[in-house]
Design a protein around this ligand. Structure first.
Ligand SMILES: Cc1cc2nc3c(=O)[nH]c(=O)nc-3n(C[C@H](O)[C@H](O)[C@H](O)COP(=O)(O)O)c2cc1C
Length: 189
């Protein structure tokens, strides 16, 4: 079984990105699962807090990543870049820096996103690149999913209602899971 952990970078109840992640959980290829992780409860990064101990919400998400074969980031776009709350969560996950190897290095990551705007989350996804490079993840660039006009793609209950986008998402996930399966196992040390 291939295990992927998905993380939405939005905290709002009606989030398009969280809805996209939920839709992805039921569109995974055979033999693969997508578990939903959460950034909720992660405080603002503060070194003084770090030295007192890694917050429980951070530790929990870190272990969920370590237990996964790959990580799918589902990112909103704020001011043509990535959202601060999401970056803050990833910053916490990279602490202490000695844990970067265990949590990030060589782990297959992919980034998708949705926005009500006409360019989807193209700029936000691009803004993640230096972060992912710095953390040494094994990023997948074989597909791209930046959903524009997301207001029209989900119903009132947050269910994906666009068949073409559903097919696009399915294809994306199949490509990404293939990449995860071909990737060398992530070293545990
Ligand atoms: C501070 C802020 C800045 C935003 N800037 C952008 C932007 O640059 N490009 C864009 O497409 N949408 C932008 N938006 C709109 C978001 O894409 C929209 O709120 C979206 O629904 C957020 O994702 P979510 O639905 O997963 O919460 C911005 C929203 C906020 C709150």
């Amino acid at each position: 079984m291939t295990r992927v952990l998905g993380i939405s970078g939005s905290l709002r109840r009606g989030s398009h990105n969280s809805a996209l992640l939920r839709a992805a959980t039921r569109l995974m290829p055979p033999g693969a699962t997508l578990e939903v992780g959460s950034i909720r409860g992660i405080p603002l990064y503060d070194y003084d807090v770090e030295v007192r101990g890694i917050p429980a919400a951070v530790a929990q998400l870190k272990e969920a990543i370590v237990a996964a074969d790959g990580v799918l980031l589902v990112t909103p776009e704020y001011n043509n870049s990535l959202p601060g709350v999401f970056k803050n969560a990833i910053d916490w996950l990279s602490r202490p820096s000695a844990d970067i190897k265990r949590v990030f290095t060589g782990r297959p990551f992919a980034v998708i996103g949705a926005s009500p705007g006409q360019f989807g989350t193209v700029q936000s996804q691009t803004a993640w690149l230096p972060v992912l490079r710095t953390l040494g993840v094994h990023a997948w660039f074989g597909g791209r999913l930046a959903l524009a006009r997301a207001d029209n793609l989900f119903d009132e209950d947050g269910n994906l209602k666009d068949a073409a986008v559903e097919e696009q998402l399915k294809q994306y996930l199949a490509g990404y899971v293939g990449f995860v399966r071909r990737a060398a196992p992530v070293p545990t040390a």
